[in-house]
Design a protein around this ligand. Structure first.
Ligand code: UTP
Length: 474
């Protein structure tokens, strides 16, 4: 350890991280040294003051109003024309190679409790395809349909990057050309105890955690991905989370409206099912779009209703965005992440001053994360488009219950059954309305209604027969 760094660590009141320095071997010293060297101690001091030593209070602006959005169905002929034109624009941008897909997959997936990166979870109800395979095959289908090999950017974290890349390697990139699958690693933030002291996870290692999906922006720059996008002529990023297999990986209408509106960042929205549904709320203050988390939106806003009884703050966020490359370039030009931090009180295992590993039963410290949606108020122009929840959103957060593996699989079956019905196929249904058989359509064959019609016609499918066996169409 250079004396310089040692002095910096001490000067910033963090010398406890060097408690075991003298008993570490050379490679362990090297590891701790590298981690400390990467920290911006000046910046950490102010973060500790602002977010760790106190709980930052959420200030709700007085002028808060619901955000305007384009509805699912066009309201009139003029809007219908706009949607048609936007769809065509989006398709052209896709054909011309101006759009890339980006999945954020750096989270720790603690709620799912699965041993491995979440994207490797076998989510498909019949084929048991993993989330990554499901997206890869959707992209392959889109590449055929639009005559352009889409590039897929996947953000991982230091904790899951290697296993994620190994998974793709082992599975031959699910048929994608390896050069079209680009992994980039997000940044980390150290964890603190309640006194603002950095915690050690091991004697030779700080307790570090991924810096939140907001870290995408800076990671794109630092990894050279922004440069690559520019070189490849990519102007728009179709952003989605790794846990939502229903998402249309690139949505022509969404991309087209974003481009037509000259938006820097756009968002899909879902109509909330109730005032307190656990989705971020799209709101506007001082002409700036923002998302206020469900836990932060006071009841006097959440419960406001229109004269027809519908919720005023109806727009909830499924975390699906189109982001202009130029916007990411602008936001990260100074080489720093310009988003606010969010504090999470967590149980953080640590090494105590006696060198003993402690696994706390109660939260003992703070992790800081940044959120991608905090970039919305920084955009000069934004656009929100309503999406059909049943068609676009099946988050896999938990093992069972709400937003779980179970509910996600049911939604895939239901979505595929509806697609078949819209293509004129008879699907057997139970008295409760659920499909009588498990149905799954491979995303390699069908990515939208048009595909489904053509697929059923080409394969002579007019009826799904209930013979007690699952029906897998590929
Ligand atoms: P979640 O907020 O659901 O977090 O992430 P998570 O880590 O996956 O799961 P829990 O909360 O520990 O159970 C939403 C999306 O953002 C990504 C996740 O991989 C997921 O796609 N994410 C989250 C990142 O890429 N990096 C992060 O630091 C956090």
């Amino acid at each position: 350890m250079t004396q310089d760094l040692m002095h910096i660590v001490e000067a910033h009141g963090q010398k406890q991280v060097l408690n075991f320095w003298n008993i570490l071997d050379e490679s362990e010293q090297e590891q701790l040294f590298r981690q400390l060297e990467e920290l911006d101690f000046e910046n950490l001091d102010s973060l500790i003051k602002e977010y760790v030593l106190q709980k930052p209070e959420m200030h709700i602006p007085e002028d808060l109003s619901p955000a305007p959005y384009y509805p699912l169905e066009p309201l009139d002929e003029k809007q219908q024309k706009l949607y048609q034109q936007a769809y065509a624009t989006g398709e052209k941008l896709m054909r011309d190679g101006k759009v890339a897909a980006l999945t954020v997959a750096g989270g720790q997936g603690t709620r799912l409790g699965f041993d491995g990166p979440k994207g490797t979870y076998p989510i498909a109800p019949i084929s048991q395809k993993s989330l990554f395979q499901y997206f890869a095959e959707s992209l392959r289908r889109a590449s055929v349909k639009y005559g352009h090999d889409f590039t897929w950017y996947i953000m991982t974290s230091k904790l899951n990057n290697q296993p994620t890349q190994d998974f793709f390697e082992k599975n031959n990139y699910f048929g994608m050309a390896p050069e079209n699958v680009i992994f980039f690693v997000q940044g980390t933030m150290p964890a603190f105890d309640y006194n603002g002291k950095l915690l050690l996870e091991e004697k030779h290692s700080l307790a570090l955690a991924p810096d939140g999906h907001g870290g995408t922006l800076l990671a794109l720059r630092r990894s050279g991905c922004l440069e690559k996008m520019k070189k490849d002529g990519v102007e728009y990023i179709s952003y989605f989370q790794v846990d939502n297999p229903l998402v249309s990986i690139i949505n022509p209408l969404f991309v087209g409206l974003h481009a037509k509106e000259n938006a820097e960042m756009s968002a899909l929205m879902l109509a909330k099912t109730g005032p307190f549904e656990k989705l971020g709320n799209f709101c506007v203050s001082k002409d700036r779009l923002m998302i206020i988390e469900y836990s932060d939106l006071p009841a006097e806003f959440a419960e406001q209703r229109n004269t027809d009884g519908s919720l005023k703050f109806i727009a909830g966020s499924p975390a699906i965005h189109v982001i202009s490359r130029s916007f990411v370039e602008k936001l990260t030009a100074a080489g720093r992440l310009c988003l606010p931090w969010h504090r999470a009180d967590k149980k953080i295992p640590y090494i105590n001053s006696d060198g003993i590993k402690v696994t706390p039963e109660e939260p003992n410290g703070v992790k800081l994360e940044s959120f991608i949606f905090d970039a919305l108020p920084l955009a000069s122009q934004t656009m929100i488009l309503e999406a059909d929840r049943e068609e676009e959103f099946a988050p896999t957060k938990n093992k069972t219950g709400v937003d779980s593996v179970e509910s996600c699989r049911e939604m895939i079956i239901e979505r595929d059954a509806r697609r078949l019905e819209r293509a004129g196929v008879k699907v057997p249904r139970r008295a409760n309305g659920r499909p009588a058989v498990e149905i799954e359509i491979s995303p390699l064959a069908v990515m939208d209604d048009e595909d489904c019609i053509n697929y059923c016609r080409a394969n002579g499918i007019t009826e799904i027969v209930d013979n007690g066996k699952p029906v897998y169409l590929k």
